[in-house]
Design a binder for this molecule. Structure first.
Ligand code: ATP
Ligand code: MG
Length: 416
C-alpha cells in the first residue's frame, strides 16, 4: 500500500465512500504481489461510467463504450474501468458485446491468465483471487483462466501473450495452456499484425528473449508470423536467438540481431514493414542487417571504413557495432577481439567527423557549376559524386581550392 500512488488511493477512497466496489486489477496486482513496482495501475469498479463521471470534478470519457473513463485528479490521470464481461467472440479478435457487471468475479473471469486475474483492494486489504493466481505466481506458472482451448479460440492473441509473459517474467507455461497453442494456431493467424507486433516487441526486449523465442518456435507461433526464421534450420535459428539475447534491449538492434544472418537487408526491411513497424524502424533494421557482418571488414583500410560510415550514417554506428558484436559473440567468439579492434578504429574515424555526404563538401553545387563553367545538368551530379569519392578516400582534400583542382583534372579527363 505504501507503494501505491496517492491519486490512485484517492480514487479508490472516493468510489468506496460512495458505496461502489473498487479494486486494483490486472498487471499491477501481479506486480505488487511479486514485489515489483507496477508500470501502471488499473482501477476497476462496479460504478458505471456515468457514475464515475458524477463522482469526480474532471473526467475524460476515454473509451466510454468499453466502460473506461479517465479521472483527472491533482493533475494526474487515473483510468477507471467498469467491471465487465464479454459476449461471444465471433471472429477470434473482439467480443461481440460488452456487458457491465456489478461483481468483480465476472470481470476477472474474462481475463487471460490466472496471475493477471486477481483484484486487490488496498483500503480493505482484500485480495480477490478466484482462479488460483497466487498459487501460480508462487509456482511461476502461466495458466489460462478456465479452458485454454476456449480462451485461445476466443482471442488468438492470447497464446502469444502467454509466451510473452513467460519470457518477461521468467515463468513456465502450464502444460495444458501450452498444449492448447498448436490446435488454436488458425485463430492466431487471424490476429492483426499490429497486435502481434506489440507483444512480440515486449518479448524481444525482455531479459529472457532467447527463451521466449524458443517457446515461439516450439509452439508453432513463430512460423505463423516470421516464417523466415523457422525455415532457417535449427542451428542458424539457435545462433540468431543467442545473438538477440546478447544484444542491448533496443528494438531495432534486437530485430537486426535476430535477422542479420538469416536474410538480406532488404528482406529484413520488408519483414519489419510487414509486422507494421514504422518505416523509420524498418529502414534502420534494413541498414543494420545489410552491414552487420563487420567481421568481414577487419582488414579494411580507412577509405572503405569511411564509406561504411557514409552508408549507415554516423548515428547508426553504435547500433551497428552492437549488432555485430552480439552476432560474432554468438557465432564465432574467437573473432570477437578483431571485431573489437575494428570497433575502436570505426569510433576513432567517426569522432574525426570526416565529410560523408555531398552536403558536407567544401564546394556547393553552384560552386561546382561555376568552376566547370556549365549550368544545371547531369554532369553536376556526376562531378559531385566524383568529389565525394575523392574526399571519402582522403578527407584532407575537402578544401575549395583543392576540390577545384580536382574538378579541372576530372573535366580534362572527361573532355567536358
Ligand atoms: P504489462 O505489465 O506488460 O502491461 P499487463 O498484465 O498490465 O502487463 P496488459 O496488456 O497491459 O498487461 O493488460 C492488462 C490486463 O488486461 C491484463 O493483466 C489482463 O488481465 C487483461 N488482458 C489484456 N489483454 C487481454 C486479452 N487479450 N485477453 C484477456 N485479458 C486480457
Ligand atoms: Mg499493462
Amino acid at each position: 500500500r505504501a507503494d501505491i500512488p496517492r491519486p490512485i488511493l484517492d480514487v479508490l477512497q472516493r468510489l468506496r465512500e460512495l458505496g461502489f466496489a473498487v479494486f486494483l486489477v490486472g498487471g499491477c496486482v501481479r506486480d505488487i504481489l511479486r514485489g515489483v513496482a507496477p508500470k501502471d495501475f488499473d482501477v476497476a469498479s462496479s460504478a458505471l461510467p456515468q457514475e464515475v463521471q458524477g463522482a469526480f470534478k474532471k473526467v475524460i470519457p476515454t473509451g466510454i463504450q468499453h466502460g473506461t473513463v479517465t479521472v483527472v485528479i491533482g493533475g494526474n490521470h487515473v483510468e477507471v474501468t467498469t467491471f465487465r464481461s464479454e459476449g461471444d467472440y465471433l471472429d477470434g479478435r473482439r467480443p461481440s458485446s460488452v456487458t457491465f457487471e456489478r461483481d468483480i468475479t465476472q470481470d476477472l473471469s474474462r481475463r487471460d491468465f490466472t496471475i493477471n486475474a486477481m483484484a486487490y483492494d488496498p483500503l480493505g486489504r482484500e485480495l480477490v483471487d478466484p482462479f488460483g493466481g497466487m498459487t501460480d505466481l508462487h509456482a511461476r506458472l502461466i495458466r489460462c483462466v478456465r479452458s485454454p482451448i476456449e480462451r485461445f479460440s476466443e482471442d488468438g492473441l492470447r497464446p502469444l501473450r502467454a509466451v510473452r509473459f513467460a519470457a518477461v517474467l521468467g515463468f513456465t507455461l502450464d502444460p495444458a495452456t501450452r498444449d492448447a497453442i498448436p490446435p488454436t494456431l488458425p485463430v492466431f493467424r487471424k490476429v492483426a499484425l499490429e497486435r502481434v507486433r506489440e507483444e512480440f516487441v515486449k518479448l524481444l526486449l525482455s531479459p529472457r528473449a532467447e527463451l521466449g523465442l524458443s517457446l515461439l518456435v516450439e509452439t508453432g507461433l513463430l512460423e505463423a508470423f516470421l516464417p523466415e526464421l523457422s525455415s532457417a534450420g535449427d542451428e542458424a535459428a539457435r545462433m540468431a536467438r543467442a545473438a538477440v539475447q546478447g544484444a542491448p534491449a533496443e528494438v531495432e538492434i534486437r530485430l537486426a540481431a535476430l535477422l542479420a544472418d538469416l536474410v538480406r537487408g532488404s528482406q529484413a526491411r520488408d519483414i519489419a514493414l510487414r509486422l507494421k513497424f514504422p518505416t523509420k524502424v524498418a529502414d534502420t533494421v534494413g541498414l543494420l542487417v545489410e552491414h552487420a557482418a563487420l567481421e568481414e571488414r577487419t582488414e579494411q583500410a580507412e577509405p572503405a571504413l569511411r564509406r561504411l560510415l557514409a552508408q549507415v550514417g554516423p548515428a547508426l554506428l553504435e547500433p551497428l557495432l552492437a549488432v555485430a558484436r552480439s552476432r560474432v559473440e554468438a557465432r564465432q567468439p574467437e573473432r570477437l577481439p578483431s571485431v573489437l579492434r575494428l570497433q575502436e578504429r570505426l569510433r576513432t574515424l567517426a569522432a574525426a567527423k570526416p565529410p560523408l555526404t555531398s552536403k558536407e563538401l567544401a564546394l556547393t553545387g553552384k560552386d561546382i557549376m561555376a568552376a566547370l563553367g556549365i549550368g544545371p545538368s547531369p554532369q553536376v551530379g556526376e562531378a559531385t559524386r566524383f568529389l565525394l569519392e575523392a574526399v571519402l578516400d582522403d578527407p584532407a582534400l575537402n578544401e575549395s581550392e583543392r576540390l577545384k583542382d580536382l574538378l579541372r583534372i576530372w573535366q580534362a579527363g572527361k573532355g567536358v
